[in-house]
Design a binder for this molecule. Structure first.
Ligand code: PMV
Length: 325
């Protein structure tokens, strides 16, 4: 039996990705049916500092001391030890598992960080408050994503829909009418750092044009917030469509994403867009719950390798599983 375990959900960015790096507002929601989980077991025979790590989804089974310092788990461990003022962990086994696809815009890295920080800190008797968990997960994101906005670690730590502006306190969103998203995975893995770096290069080459697009994306996020807080879901769908068109303009969509977005709309979605860094990864569609299965089937017919249904409400826990193919 695990001595201590903790989990953290995946996430989807509803509106505002990329522009959020440039300080425009964005909205993100937890996707609780995909999860990262960390379990910590005491190793009663081990010596202090002997940490065995197992992460089957990345084929990792090794001692912490054998990992290169730049390895994500080694880096995260150092961040946590420094935060707790400890020189080493007691002898332990750490097992990390995740059902969140990697490099797909669903927050797998941040969720692994949050679950691991919670489980390890609780195991050593100093469970970290959410604020510290989010701050350390943000430090970790910086190592791998270059200039993260902080939206991923925040929505995943608090597991609630959030309205987020970089370097400002986030706000929990009131969801007046719970709504249903279908998430479609293109199956094309994409690196957030590459996508964010490419946008930065184009922004440097033509700052006025990019700033104008970011302003429009920010305005979409503000209007989307109002739509969510008043339960105007058709308006929210329209805003998601607008956001996708703006993301196309900054060249972070892809033929696969555009195909899935078009298929979702044709199948009756109220709106659809890519979600996350783009160039692959996932798209989301806002749907009438009665139409969700139909939209999911259309996405699969259009090439989605997986779909999920998730319901967004002010409190999580209302998800139901969809198909895996
Ligand atoms: O990690 P992803 O793929 O969901 O992308 C994060 C969203 C971006 O706005 C593209 C980057 C960021 O740090 O906010």
């Amino acid at each position: 039996m695990p001595a201590i375990s903790a989990s953290a959900p995946g996430k989807a960015i509803l509106v505002g990705e990329h522009a959020v790096v440039y300080r425009r507002p964005a909205i993100a929601v937890p996707v609780t049916q995909i999860q990262a989980k960390a379990s910590v077991f005491a190793d009663i025979r081990g010596k202090p500092g002997e940490v065995w790590i197992e992460a089957p989804s990345i084929h990792l089974a090794t001692h912490l001391s054998q990992l290169p310092p730049i390895h994500p788990i080694a880096h995260l461990s150092r961040l946590l030890l420094a935060e707790l003022g400890l020189a080493r962990f007691p002898a332990l086994h750490l097992k990390v598992t995740s059902t969140i696809p990697i490099a797909a815009g669903l927050g797998s890295g941040a969720a692994v960080s949050v679950a691991t920080l919670r489980a390890l800190s609780a195991f050593v008797g100093h469970p970290l408050p959410d604020e510290s968990v989010s701050a350390l997960a943000f430090e970790q994101e910086k190592l791998f994503h270059g200039t993260p906005s902080g939206i991923d670690n925040t929505v995943i730590t608090y597991a609630q829909p959030i309205f987020f502006v970089r370097e400002q306190p986030f706000e929990l969103l009131h969801v007046a009418a719970p709504f249903t998203l279908v998430i479609g995975d293109t199956g094309v893995r994409s690196s957030t750092a590459v996508a964010v770096g490419a946008v930065r290069e184009r922004w440097q080459a033509d700052a006025p044009a990019y700033e104008a697009i970011f302003d429009r994306i920010g305005a979409v996020a503000v209007q989307a917030r109002a739509a969510i807080e008043t339960g105007r879901l058709l308006d929210l769908g329209r805003l998601m469509d607008q956001n996708h068109a703006l993301l196309q303009q900054i060249d972070v969509s892809s033929p696969e994403l555009d195909r899935l977005v078009a298929a979702a709309r044709q199948a009756g979605a109220w709106g659809a867009k890519l979600s996350g860094a783009g160039l692959g990864g996932n798209m989301i569609a806002l749907v009438d719950p009665q139409q969700a299965d139909r939209v999911a089937a259309a996405l699969q017919a259009a090439g989605a390798v997986r779909t999920w249904l998730t319901q967004v409400a002010s409190r999580p826990g209302l998800d139901r599983a969809s198909s895996d193919r």
